[in-house]
Design a protein around this ligand. Structure first.
Ligand code: NPW
Ligand code: K
Length: 512
């Protein structure tokens, strides 16, 4: 699903108006009606008080259309205008007049006014700011937002939780509506998926507000939300006359004394995702561990007992997973340096290999193009330096991926794959996956996919999706706390099978 920027949404609105020869207010009426239908379907005339807080822009205008339609259908509605500026938009004013047809005069709220009384059983509609927010709000509006949040009433935000900027993090964390449900116009916004800003909403749903389909389809976006619909075309079917050589030989290089489990997990995930052959390159101490825990794997041992000191082998892998459980011993750093001088294979770089690169940045220049790096937030910071907010982090990460021509996978609640100035936001996975070894499993899966000749960017997008889906399917009967990395591996097969079940609806999503 495409994620449009605020500028693209405004352009879509203008295109729709011009092409269909309608007024902007016609479009607002349509959007407001869609939102009304959403409420009406769920509330069926229930007389729960609904408090609609409208700003003075088009987000507020949308709130007024909703208010009028709810009144028309006999709902118990209270409408307030948050009067933060005199620059009311044309469509706000049209709808401000129209609501008065119902003998309703919205209460004007301004600085110093007492805020309306509400019970926590009531419903609040937040139509204060939409994507037009461009500066810090005044103190009294912040107080109102805090008051709404403190009410504990169920809050439905229109388009975005008010106070969220389209392209940077809020200055004041308390000056943002904590929304229970966000009904967003046409497509979700980037801020819904980032750790600092995603926390302001529990669930979101995209509502078709009638924007021009041709514009939406032909417009390329920098950001995409990845679900089943997007990954299905990436899947490479298995051939009848294939043999194990067809699906590539994967190599996992890693492990050190006390950390052999990481290699076992990565190697078993690599097998489960479908690699033809798997070899683990490990220090001597892991030999018996690997051979007993994973009989399908072949093992090559380093000359050292407890850590890797020389990466040398006589096989021809298609892809190499590098770094899981590897440690950062000086001899290992030296071995990695020497290895990079001759290696031509694509790498999937994780864990300690990332840490080694972070302190030896020149090594990054020897990483083959199209390799995949999979840092978690701390490892990412070591690679790209500190960031001011999540949006700044993404800019820095894009520049890094471009500089070294690599695919960067930023692991998190919504893992983001970055390549060639594009962002792919994953929509599978759950908090149970924040557990030891989960990253090792991902490294193994990505290695196995690249070995099977998935183009690296496709392997990254597909692998991250499949990893999250396996984690979601593993939850059943376990719950977040009990989920382990081995459970994720055990459900890779189910995640593949799930690809061919009924496709999910792309327009309505629940945030996990
Ligand atoms: N037109 C249509 O058909 C459709 C419209 N839709 C809806 O329109 C919404 C966008 O509307 P919008 O552009 O009017 O902006 P909105 O978010 O309401 O803000 C209002 C204005 O406030 C101002 N302002 C900014 N920050 C401020 C601050 N801190 N303190 C005080 N003032 C501040 C700023 O104006 P400024 O003062 O900078 O000139 C800004 O323009 C969109 O989110 C969606 O809900 C869609 O449903 C599709 C159909
Ligand atoms: K809003």
């Amino acid at each position: 699903m495409k994620i449009y920027s605020a500028a693209q949404i405004y352009e879509a609105i203008n295109t729709t108006i011009e092409k269909n020869q309608i007024t902007s207010n016609d479009l607002m009426e349509f959007a407001g009606t869609q939102v009304f239908n959403w409420f009406h379907t769920r509330m069926q005339g229930a007389q729960v008080p609904i408090h609609i807080y409208c700003g003075i822009g088009n987000n507020g205008g949308l709130g007024l259309v909703l208010g009028r339609q709810l009144l028309h259908h006999g709902y118990n509605v209270h409408v307030y205008v948050v009067n933060f500026s005199d620059k009311r938009t044309k469509d706000f004013l049209i709808n401000y007049d129209r609501i008065k047809e119902f003998k309703i005069w919205p209460r004007l709220l301004s600085s110093g006014e007492e805020f309306p009384k509400m019970a926590k059983e009531d419903i609040i509609v937040d139509a204060i700011f939409g994507i037009g927010l461009n500066r810090e709000t005044s103190d009294w509006v912040k107080d109102l937002i805090k008051y709404i949040n403190a009410s504990e009433a169920y809050t439905v935000s229109l388009d975005v939780p008010s106070g969220l900027y389209p392209n940077h993090a809020p200055e004041d964390k308390e000056a943002v509506i904590e929304s229970n449900y966000t009904l967003t116009g046409q497509a979700p916004k980037l801020s819904f998926f980032l750790p600092e800003t995603g926390v302001y909403m529990q669930q979101w749903e995209a509502i078709d507000v009638g924007l021009d389909q041709e514009y939406l389809q032909k417009t390329d976006t920098e950001v995409q939300l990845i679900d089943k619909f997007e990954v299905l075309p990436l899947y490479i079917p298995r051939e009848k006359y294939a043999h194990k050589g067809t699906y590539g030989h994967s190599l996992i290089v890693g492990g050190s004394y006390g950390k052999m489990g990481a290699v076992t997990l990565a190697s078993s995930a690599c097998l489960r995702v479908g690699t033809g052959l798997i070899t683990a390159y490990i220090p001597e101490c892991g030999y018996a561990i690997l051979q007993t825990s994973l009989p399908e794997a072949m093992v090559i041992c380093d000359e050292r007992e407890k850590h890797i000191a020389k990466i040398q082998y006589d096989i021809e892998p298609k892809a190499i997973g590098m770094g899981v459980g590897m440690g950062t011993d000086a001899a290992t750093v030296k071995a990695l340096k020497a290895f990079l001088k001759t290696n031509k294979n694509r790498l999937i770089v994780d864990a300690d290999a990332l840490n080694i690169f972070a302190t030896n940045k020149t090594m990054l220049k020897s990483v083959p193009k199209g390799s995949i790096l999979t840092p978690h937030p701390k490892e990412l910071e070591r690679l790209i330096g500190e960031w001011t907010d999540d949006f700044d982090k993404l800019e820095k990460a894009k520049a890094f991926a471009k500089k070294y021509d690599v695919i960067l996978i930023i692991k998190g609640a919504h893992t983001i794959t970055i390549y060639d100035n594009h962002l792919y936001i994953n929509n599978t996975g759950n908090p149970g996956m924040a557990t030891a070894g989960s990253g090792d499993v991902l490294t193994g899966m990505l290695t196995g996919l690249v070995s099977q000749e998935y183009d690296p960017i496709k392997a990254a997008i597909f692998g991250v999706y499949l990893h999250g889906k396996a984690g979601d399917l593993a939850l059943s009967g376990l719950g977040y706390q009990a989920l382990t990395a081995s459970d994720i591996v055990a459900h890779i097969g189910a995640a593949y099978l799930d690809l061919f079940k009924e496709p999910e609806k792309p327009s309505a999503e629940a945030k996990k």
